[in-house]
Design a binder for this molecule. Structure first.
Ligand SMILES: [Zn+2]
Length: 129
């Protein structure tokens, strides 16, 4: 099993619904996202997948969330914009894009940092063998 990882950062605002505390108020984060992709086999030139392509997929996935109020952006207009829900949303979006990769790969982990000292991680079940 091989794994490769890329990271991306963006800034966004949110307010947690059904939460009593400071985070129910509108505030922002400089989010850091790390996606780990895994697969069994390398391609003909010895790569699991091209970092350039993987970074593009993560950038494209995060672009709609950059400098917006997340609570107004689907799916977070109904889904609470917690770090956990952002992690699964990014994981599912990335998995759909990875289906285009000629070498079979899948999302192994998505980690969303809201600050340097707090993060949430989503690990999906295996999609491919
Ligand atoms: Zn927050």
């Amino acid at each position: 099993m091989f794994e490769v990882a890329v990271e991306h950062t963006f800034a966004a605002g949110h307010a947690l619904r059904h939460y009593k505390g400071k985070c129910e108020n509108v505030h922002g984060h400089n989010y850091k996202i790390r996606v780990i992709v895994r697969g069994e086999k390398l391609d003909s030139i010895g790569m699991l997948m091209d970092f350039v392509q993987l970074k593009k997929y993560l950038r494209d996935t995060c672009e709609p969330m950059d400098h917006v109020f997340l609570n107004e952006l689907p799916p977070f207009d109904t889904l609470n914009p917690t770090a956990e829900n952002m992690a699964i949303h990014i994981g599912q979006s990335m998995q759909a894009l990875l289906a285009n990769n000629p070498n079979p790969v899948e999302v192994a982990e998505v980690k969303v940092w809201e600050t340097d000292i707090q993060s949430a991680t989503y690990r999906p079940p295996a999609y491919v063998s």
